[in-house]
Design a protein around this ligand. Structure first.
Ligand code: NAD
Length: 356
């Protein structure tokens, strides 16, 4: 497939990046004609939400701090009720992609524009993808109206992100770039974003592990997350994201940790199609080892989980949820059920991620 023939759509959205980006929240809301925004966050990010309220108090109608991972329907119902009670006209999502996910659930039902202030590297702020979990089943969809209209990337706000989450969230972002690099709807522009995003994240991550307050490293990682998130928003993800989604959903696994454990195995499985991005990863990690091995070694060295067993998964769990893993995968290399089983068995034990 030629990657030199493409159309790029910019979605008319404004992305501000810099150490004082949060201070531009009033401008971002004014540009959307919003005077009564609802700020949403997870319970743990209440302080960050208050920082947003402090800079834009004239334009904030309230705070809802009940965001939780995977947007449970009852949480979305409560947030929508808050939005309507306060006659709000926009949503400000402060925090990780769980906050952005909740903002998207409100946008879906109330047609409200979103200003995202991301403080993890997961990337939902750059995508039109929404998710909603009902009775343990997560539904997802793509709708342009939930893609945030403005994004404020302020690296200062990420300094408090704990190192373990910084690392796994960084792997989550790198996974977007890896799968975008062989996506059926990718192109050279996406490739450049993917390469630069990976380089920037892999430059920042070890420095964050050494010193979580390193402002240059925090900026590098968030800058990389922006680009990796952009690749996620523009392309169709493959085996890796489908596996994380299906396995994570069936066993209620932590999102970023699951990405961290599985990425080396899928990268090895798709080695032929992922040749270019694998070279970028190996160069960024300054190693002659194959990229999957180097990524797994880096995860281990930076204190992240490298096996499904570390996430509490057992062989019995894998057998029990095999039905949820069945079905087609969009992937550059055809995938059989037996290959998925084998890949997960190796990931369960944390075996070396070599091609098979
Ligand atoms: P998260 O938003 O749940 O955040 C993880 C933890 O980090 C939370 O406890 C949060 O309170 C904490 N945290 C966030 N920022 C912090 C900060 N600055 N300081 C201290 N603590 C901080 O995790 P996530 O990985 O960002 O998001 C995961 C969710 O997003 C999943 O539900 C996943 O499916 C979804 N997601 C959706 C998309 C999409 O395009 N729709 C993309 C990526 C992820």
């Amino acid at each position: 497939m030629s990657r030199r023939r493409f159309t790029v759509t910019e979605h008319g959205r404004r992305v501000r990046f810099g150490p004082s980006a949060l201070a531009e929240l009033p401008d971002a809301l004014a540009e959307l004609d919003s005077t009564r925004a609802l700020v949403v966050c997870t319970a743990g990010q209440r302080d960050l939400a208050q920082a947003a309220v402090a800079v834009a108090s004239d334009r904030v109608a309230g705070v809802f701090d009940g965001a939780v991972m995977h947007v449970p329907a009852e949480c979305a119902d409560l947030a929508v009720a808050h939005f309507r009670d306060r006659a709000a006209d926009a949503v400000v999502a402060v925090g990780g992609s769980s906050s952005t996910g909740l903002a998207k659930a409100i946008a879906l039902r109330c047609d409200a524009p979103i200003v995202a202030v991301p403080t993890t590297y997961a990337g939902s702020e750059m995508t039109p993808v929404w998710g909603l979990t009902e009775s343990g089943v997560k539904r997802t969809g793509r709708e342009e109206r939930v893609r945030p209209a403005a994004v404020l990337y302020d690296p200062k706000l990420t300094v408090s992100l704990p190192v373990p989450i910084s690392v796994t969230s960084g792997f989550n972002a790198i996974a977007h770039a890896v799968e975008a690099s062989y996506a059926p709807d990718g192109n050279r522009f996406i490739d450049l974003l993917a390469d630069e995003g990976v380089r920037s994240l892999l430059s920042g991550m070890p420095k964050i592990v050494a010193d979580p307050a390193d402002s240059v490293a925090r900026s590098d990682a968030l800058y990389g997350a922006w680009m990796c998130g952009a690749t996620l928003g523009e392309t169709t993800m493959g085996l890796h994201h489908a596996l994380c989604h299906r396995l994570g959903g069936a066993l209620n696994l932590p999102h970023a940790d699951t990405h961290t454990v599985l990425l080396p195995y899928v990268l090895a499985f798709n080695a032929e199609a992922a040749d270019r991005i694998a070279g970028v990863i190996a160069a960024a990690l300054d190693t002659r080892d194959p990229a999957p091995v180097a990524l797994q070694d880096a995860a281990r060295a930076w204190g992240a989980p490298t096996s499904l067993a570390e996430l509490g998964v057992s062989q019995a769990d894998l057998s029990r949820v095999s039905g949820a893993l069945a079905g087609d995968y969009v992937n550059p290399r055809p995938v059989t059920g037996a290959e998925v089983t084998q890949l997960l068995r190796r990931a369960l034990a944390g075996e070396a991620p070599t091609a098979h």
